[in-house]
Ligand binder design. Structure first.
Ligand SMILES: Cc1cc2nc3c(=O)[nH]c(=O)nc-3n(C[C@H](O)[C@H](O)[C@H](O)COP(=O)(O)OP(=O)(O)OC[C@H]3O[C@@H](n4cnc5c(N)ncnc54)[C@H](O)[C@@H]3O)c2cc1C
Ligand code: FES
Length: 271
C-alpha cells in the first residue's frame, strides 16, 4: 500500500543532492531532489536533515525551506557551517542521500492586499526567501532589507533580489549598499511610502536587535511584527519539548517546532 502523504503531518523521506555550492565562504547552498518537500513545503516551514550514517551527532539538524520546485521535485536549503552537523553536510557530494523529516512547523499565511517588509541579517535571510517569493506571486509588495557585517556575507542576496519587489542592502562596513544599520534604512524607506503602500506586517530573522526593533514598531502602532525563532531541536514534531521558548511575561512556553517557528513578535520573550 502506498504511504499516505499529508500536507500537514511530517513525512520521512530520502532526498538526493543535485547541486551544492559554496558561493559565500562558510555557507552551503544545497539543491535537493525530494518529492515530498518540493510538493508540500510552504513558506515558514522547515525540515530536519541528517546526511551522515553514524550517531555522531545523533540528531538531525533543522533548516528552513528556501525554495521549492514541485514540477522538478526539487527544493533548496542554505546552510551556515557552524559545527559538526553542518560540517558533515558540507562534506557531502552531488548524488549523496539525505534523510529528511518534514515539512515541519506552521506555514506563514499570506494576506493578499497587505504589503510586507522583511528585515533579515546573515543566514536569517534563508528563512524569508520562500515567503518573499510566494507573497510577490500573490500580488503583495515585498520590501526586503538585507543586512550583514560585510558584502561576502549577504547570503541569499540574488534569491531575495528575484523574490522581492524592492531589495535594500545594508552592510556594517559599507562594502555594499547602505553603510550602516538596516533598521535606519527601513525607517527611512517606510517614511517615504504613501500610506496605502506601507507594509502591514514586518517579518524578521537573524538578529535579536532587529526583533526588538520590530517589537517597538508594533508597540508604536506602526505595523504588526513577526519573528522567525530558532532553538535547539531534537524531534521537530512537538514530542521532546527541547525547543521551548518563554511566552511573553513568563506566562508559559511555546514550542518552536510545533507552535512556530514564526511568532507574533510581542508574544515571546526576546531576552
Ligand atoms: C526552525 C529552524 C530553522 C533553521 N534554519 C536554518 C537555515 O535555514 N540555515 C542555517 O544555516 N541554519 C538554520 N538553523 C540553525 C541550524 O539548525 C543550526 O545552525 C545547526 O543545527 C547547527 O548544527 P551543527 O551540528 O553544525 O552545530 P552545533 O555543533 O550543534 O552547534 C555549533 C554552534 O552553533 C550554535 N547553534 C546550534 N544550533 C543553534 C540554533 N538553533 N540556534 C542558535 N545557535 C545554534 C551552537 O551554540 C554552537 O555555537 C535553523 C534552526 C531552526 C530551529
Ligand atoms: S524539537 Fe522536540 S518539541 Fe520541539
Amino acid at each position: 500500500m502506498k504511504p499516505k502523504i499529508s500536507p500537514i503531518k511530517p513525512f520521512y523521506s530520502e532526498g538526493r543532492i543535485i547541486e551544492q555550492k559554496n558561493e559565500y565562504a562558510g555557507y552551503l547552498d544545497l539543491l535537493i531532489e525530494d518529492k515530498v518537500i518540493s510538493r508540500y513545503g510552504k513558506p515558514g516551514q522547515f525540515v530536519m536533515v541528517k546526511g551522515w550514517h553514524s550517531n555522531d551527532p545523533i540528531l538531525a539538524r533543522p533548516f528552513d525551506i528556501v525554495q521549492t520546485d514541485s514540477a522538478n521535485n526539487l527544493f533548496r536549503l542554505v546552510i551556515k557551517i557552524t559545527g559538526r552537523g553542518t560540517e558533515l553536510l558540507n562534506s557531502l557530494k552531488t548524488g549523496d542521500m539525505l534523510k529528511i523529516t518534514g515539512p515541519l512547523g506552521n506555514p506563514v499565511k499570506i494576506k493578499v492586499n497587505e504589503n510586507i517588509a522583511l528585515l533579515v541579517r546573515g543566514v536569517g535571510a534563508a528563512s524569508v526567501v520562500y515567503l518573499a517569493e510566494s507573497a510577490k506571486k500573490a500580488g503583495v509588495n515585498v520590501y526586503t532589507f538585507l543586512s550583514a557585517s560585510t558584502k561576502s556575507r549577504l547570503v541569499c542576496r540574488d534569491y531575495l533580489r528575484e523574490a522581492s519587489t524592492d531589495l535594500n542592502i545594508a552592510t556594517d562596513d559599507g562594502s555594499e549598499g547602505f553603510h550602516g544599520d538596516a533598521r535606519d534604512l527601513l525607517e527611512q524607506h517606510i517614511k517615504k511610502l504613501k500610506p496605502d503602500s506601507k507594509p502591514g506586517r514586518i517579518y524578521t530573522c537573524g538578529s535579536k536587535r532587529f526583533a526588538r526593533f520590530v517589537s517597538d514598531l508594533e508597540r508604536k502602532g506602526l505595523t504588526k511584527g513577526y519573528v522567525f525563532l530558532e532553538s535547539y531541536m531534537a524531534c521537530g514534531i512537538g514530542d521532546c519539548h527541547g525547543c521551548a521558548v518563554k511566552k511573553k511575561n513568563n506566562t508559559g512556553y511555546f514550542l518552536v517546532c510545533k507552535d512556530g517557528p514564526v511568532f507574533p513578535v510581542n508574544s515571546v520573550e526576546l531576552d
